[in-house]
Write a protein that binds this ligand. Structure first.
Ligand code: NAP
Length: 203
């Protein structure tokens, strides 16, 4: 998710720092291939001076990456991470809370937005390539800070989705289980993982 979204953000004109992987070479390759203004760095370097941070790690890595990122006061953190168990077979937090809400408790002075986690990574480049088409797919997002939500909505549009404001951060507790439905359709269904969704309103 981080590699693909970072690449798209760079191609959309943002300055991107790829960070957090076991291989610096991988981060450097991502930066090179992004073809925009991108570089590799540590989580701390990525966080410093950034207008927005994408939190895209396995749930088990959350504390480690936060420790490496340092002080995130005032930062916009867009999370696509799902609170999955070690085997990736189920959510370890659900119904009464969400990964996004628990992340927000870990960094109370940052502005956490939940976005991008409801679609498979395989659909991101196809959506970006089709961004000039009239009918864009939807992408739900939620959060508690108005300014941070505007930043997230801009990034969502840059990728090629139509942002669908789902309300406050606690709505992530409904979004995250919805993602498991999308994953079922994407990875177990017949049509393949290049799957997005679109809300239509009638009347
Ligand atoms: N993949 C999807 O389609 C999708 C869709 C919706 C939501 N999500 C959620 O998004 C989050 C990211 O998913 P992903 O599929 O992008 O995961 P991923 O491919 O495993 O990427 C996570 C990043 O964390 C790094 N990492 C893992 N262990 C590390 C360690 N011990 N030290 C340093 N870096 C480490 C990985 O680097 P390495 O190269 O070293 O592994 C990679 O850069 C997850 O919470 C997932 O539930 C994923």
């Amino acid at each position: 998710m981080g590699g693909k979204l970072g690449t798209i953000f760079a191609r959309a004109g943002h300055e991107v720092v790829f960070s957090y992987a076991r291989s610096v070479q991988k981060l450097k390759r991502l930066a090179r291939e992004a073809q925009g203004s991108a570089r590799a760095g540590t989580p701390d370097e990525a966080a410093r001076g950034a207008d927005a941070l994408l939190f895209a790690v396995h749930w088990s890595r959350a504390d480690d990456v936060l420790k490496q990122a340092g002080d995130l006061s005032g930062k916009v953190i867009v999370t696509c991470s799902l609170p999955m168990n070690a085997e990736d077979t189920g959510l370890v937090i659900a119904h009464t809370s969400s990964g996004a809400e628990e992340l927000s408790k870990k960094v109370p002075r940052a502005h956490v937005i939940s976005a991008f986690g409801t679609v498979p990574s395989e659909v991101l480049f196809p959506v970006f390539e089709n961004r000039r088409k009239a009918k864009r797919p939807s992408l739900v997002y939620c959060g508690d800070d108005g300014g941070a939500k505007e930043v997230a909505a801009g990034l969502i549009r840059d990728v090629g989705f139509e942002p669908e404001d789902a309300g406050p951060l606690r709505i992530a507790r409904y979004m995250e289980p919805f993602t498991l439905l999308i994953a079922q359709l994407a990875y177990e269904g017949a049509g393949g993982p290049e799957l997005a969704y679109r809300f239509e309103r009638f009347g």
